[in-house]
Design a protein around this ligand. Sequence first.
Ligand code: ZN
Ligand code: ZN
Length: 366
Amino acid sequence: MVTKRDYYEVLGVAWDASEQEVKRAYRRMAMKHHPDRNPDDATSEEKFKEAREAAEVLMDSHKRGAYDQFGHAGLEGQGFGGFGSIVKAFFGDIFSGGGGRGRSQVQRGSDLKYILDLDLEEAVRGTNPKIKTPTQVECHECRGSGAKKGTAPTVCVQCVGMGQVNARLGFFSIQQACPRCRGAGKMIAEPCRKCRGHGRVEQQKTLSVEVPPGVDTGDRIRFSGEGEAGANGGPAGDLYVQVNVRAHAIFTRKGKNLYCEVPVNLVDAVLGGEFQVPTLDGLINLKIPEEFRSGKLLRLRGKGVNVTQDRGGGIGDLYCRVVMEPPVKAGLVMSALAMTALVISALVITALIITGLVITVLSIIA
Ligand SMILES: [Zn+2]
Ligand SMILES: [Zn+2]
């Protein structure tokens, strides 16, 4: 079974590398291994191709997402994963960390990433969701050999099971994947019907994730050995569950502190009443501060997020920005009030004058 190197490893970039970082890493590799700069050097050419393929996937958010979740299997049918390209992709591997290992030897599976979307409340209090992740498991039908039930793979006659052959390139003798068995070291005359000779099948797996209280976007929980299955009995990769906290309608979180805005009615502010402040535990009533002004930041101690020691520990605070209702609207309300008051007082005065006149007239008559 031939497997590909991890794309992140190929380009030497981190899991969360930005598109810019991927582009930079690719440019660096391309400059170094470009066929024009290394004529007649098959190793460089293949390294160049390998880097180009990795960059093509990692710079395309759709393909990258599929790769992160499903590994190389996620890209099958997207122009990758053909055997020809796999063999070529491995051609250049002999100068890398692998140190010329036979391709038929054990290979660790790729690490996978799962994005876990959480509400702020869940992230703050901790949660225990069940997630479904696709995984490649050994095919039961052929027990991973890839050969039809009742048959067994035969040792490749060209490389006698080594998976690699020596090739001469000018002065150099380099090892390359065996063209006959494509680096597997064995040949399958009749492939297994269930796994079509891959030796592995895809399966859904349910995992229970223990999310501790206080996590934030970007936090990762590692599940050792829950990633892509290894090849030829190699160990599985790891699964990284990466937390993504959804935006909250009211609160913004910065570290262990929470921030929110509370609109306060101008009339309430003038009268010095109470107003309601939202917290993660529900609404609480607060007295409007004496020197009230719009934009004043109120601090509610201990109403933030309880974070773990590696984030500094302790409970954060909630900061509430009190915002007076927009002045234009308030102004309109005021002028309407003033107008009403004016009209009413005018009416009262008129009534008083008329009453006074009537009384005067009556007293004159009397
Ligand atoms: Zn099978
Ligand atoms: Zn062979």
